[in-house]
Design a protein around this ligand. Structure first.
Ligand code: ARG
Length: 586
């Protein structure tokens, strides 16, 4: 149990004694204090429940506090503030006792959730034969972190890479493939060669109408099941997967399934027929569309667009006027599949905010078709370059993910060469790889996901600052103490001594780990955990600077070493939940 839960339990009992019951008691919450000068934890429950109790909030707070202090005698001192806030100041002994529990717990104080769900996480999902660009890093890294966190908290997680393997880009790739394929390049660097072909097809068809038609004809042949084109398409997919897997391996990202758009092909025609015959969709200008049901106010209705001229229909097209199906159609079929085959209770789509309207309409369609699962668009913003516009290469393209990774590793190599104590070249290289990749991930996870952020290579691989290497360095520092230790010291023993303010603060921060991890899933915000880890590391450094560890003695030494040990474990576990590893030396 976390400290917040322990306090809440006692607080609930005291409210119960004061006549509060049932669902009202569920409203009692205890949270970490926003300002530790007032206490370690706080609650506004007396204010929320005063009406129910028919008491003045402050009077109610006084009564429950008296009960609470009696129940936790010697552990907590309470105070009241404002109209009825309750502040809890914990005695060091209470922290010490809790810390011993954390020390013995493999989960380091993180409780498993009682309400476990089956969650499908739809993330990464690049479009095959187009580059996996820097924008896909966000989906990949956020999705992986959410998957790890959810699984750790006890949810059943299904990771699905819904790749775009059936789009119009294949017309261009097929055309260029037949003209210009370089087999050797394809074997060596499949993603680059496919991208080259795609770009060739795409730019040629822009400047030449005849080529544009030829590309379209190739696509029609593919969709009609033409043998040659199908074989080429299959090879493109195989090779792309291989190239993507190389990147995922480096990032330590994995999937349970790769059910891309093409997987749903056979289901699209019957799906559209069914939606037409049930009256959910209808023909409009040759296309089949879903329209507003007229139940929502126009501004909230995703099937309407409000412009200066007035309100317009904004239909969800599920079959184009040329008879082709689209992204929307396969997304509806995908939901059907996930509900039926996987019994999904929750589906998270980790996708760029630009697709907001697509998902708003998709979710509405799913609801109309009886879907009861919780569907969430986990959206994220744009990565910006130094000039404040979306990050681009010198040629003006979106940077490719593999280049971004290589650049980060290169920057990390430089920083390792300058700062590291390692002597062995191979160890240095491994460290540079780890730091480079972690830096990218942490940069991503430490920002609020909806915000844009500026990509700054030097800053993100720096040892100082809010970076992955800073946390990794903090971990290494905790661990290195044990290598310098000359005698055996039993850790986690009876007497944890917390006297110095900085020792107490470190214990306070460690205790919060179990509260922070579940919070990430409340709003799907890995940055909450990232900020926590930075704060923990800072608490550790200030502890380490003012409280000698190796030079202390006896019980104090054992106690301080225990703090180092638990800090190291929390940093390692916390980072691993974000998908980031730690080195043992740096
Ligand atoms: N392939 C799409 C893109 O790159 C993302 C797919 C997201 N998942 C989904 N079920 N629509 O934009």
């Amino acid at each position: 149990m976390t400290l917040a839960e322990t306090l809440r339990g006692v607080l609930v009992d005291s409210f119960a004694k004061n006549g509060i019951e049932g669902a009202d008691l569920d409203r009692v919450a205890v949270v970490a204090a926003s300002d530790i000068r007032h206490g370690d934890y706080q609650s506004n429950a007396a204010m929320m429940l005063a009406k129910v109790a028919k008491k003045n909030p402050r009077a109610l707070a006084e009564e429950v506090v008296a009960d609470l202090e009696a129940a936790l005698a010697g552990k907590v001192v309470c105070s009241l503030a404002g109209p009825g806030f309750i502040n809890f100041k914990l005695e060091p002994a209470f922290f010490a006792e809790h810390l011993k529990g954390v020390f013995q717990d493999e989960r380091l104080g993180v409780p498993e959730l009682a309400d476990k769900k089956r969650i499908v996480i739809d993330f990464s999902a690049p479009n095959v034969a187009k580059p996996m660009h820097v924008g896909h890093i966000r989906s990949t890294v956020i999705g992986e972190a959410l998957a790890r966190l959810s699984a750790f908290l006890g949810h059943e997680v299904i990771r699905d890479n819904h790749i775009g393997d059936w789009g119009t880009q294949f017309g261009m790739v097929l055309w260029a493939w037949k003209k210009e394929l370089n087999e050797t390049a394809l074997e060596e660097e499949p993603l680059r060669e496919l991208l080259r072909l795609y770009r060739l097809g795409s730019s040629s068809s822009k400047s030449d109408e005849e080529i544009a038609n030829a590309c379209r004809a190739e696509l029609v042949k593919l969709q009609g099941g033409d043998e040659e084109n199908t074989a080429i398409w299959k090879r493109c997919i195989e090779l792309s997967k291989k190239g993507l897997n190389d990147i995922y391996d480096r990032l330590e990202v994995s999937f349970d399934h790769w059910l891309g758009e093409s997987f749903y092909n056979d289901q699209l025609a019957p799906l559209v027929d069914e939606m037409v015959s049930s009256g959910m969709a209808r023909e409009s200008e040759g296309a089949i569309c879903v329209f507003s049901a007229g139940e929502l106010p126009p501004k909230k209705d995703p099937f309407l667009k409000t412009t200066k001229e007035g309100v317009e229909d904004y239909p969800f097209i599920i079959r184009k006027s040329d008879g082709g199906f689209n992204y929307a159609t396969s997304d509806i079929a995908t939901i059907d599949f996930r509900l039926k085959e996987w019994q999904a209770e929750v589906i998270w789509y980790v996708v760029d905010f630009r697709q907001e309207e697509h998902f708003a309409r998709l979710f509405e369609v799913a609801k109309r078709r009886g879907c009861e699962a919780e569907l969430v668009h986990v959206k994220f913003g744009t990565i910006l370059g130094a000039d404040g516009t979306p990050l681009k290469t010198r040629a003006g393209d979106l940077p490719e993910l593999q280049d971004v990774i290589n650049d980060a590793v290169e920057a990390a190599r430089k920083s390792v060469a300058e700062k590291s104590f390692l002597e062995d070249d191979q160890e240095k290289e491994e460290l540079a790889q780890l730091i480079g990749l972690s830096a990218i991930k942490f940069m991503e996870l430490s920002h609020r996901r909806e915000s844009d952020y500026t990509y700054d290579l030097e800053k993100m691989v720096a040892l100082e600052g809010d970076t992955a290497p800073y946390l990794q360095y903090s971990y290494v520092r905790c661990r290195s103490i044990f290598r310098k230790l000359e005698e055996e010291v039993a850790l986690g023993g009876d007497e944890l001594i917390l006297e110095d303010e900085r020792e107490i603060h470190l214990a306070r921060m460690i205790a919060r780990f179990g509260e922070v991890v579940p919070q990430v899933l409340e709003d799907l915000r890995p940055n909450v955990l990232a900020s926590y880890l930075l704060e923990l590391a800072r608490a550790y450094h200030s502890f380490f600077q003012s409280c000698p560890v190796l030079k202390s003695e006896g019980a104090t030494k054992a106690s301080r070493l225990t703090l180092c040990e638990v800090t190291a474990r929390v940093l390692k576990l916390g980072l691993s939940l974000l998908g980031i590893g730690v080195p043992e030396k740096m």
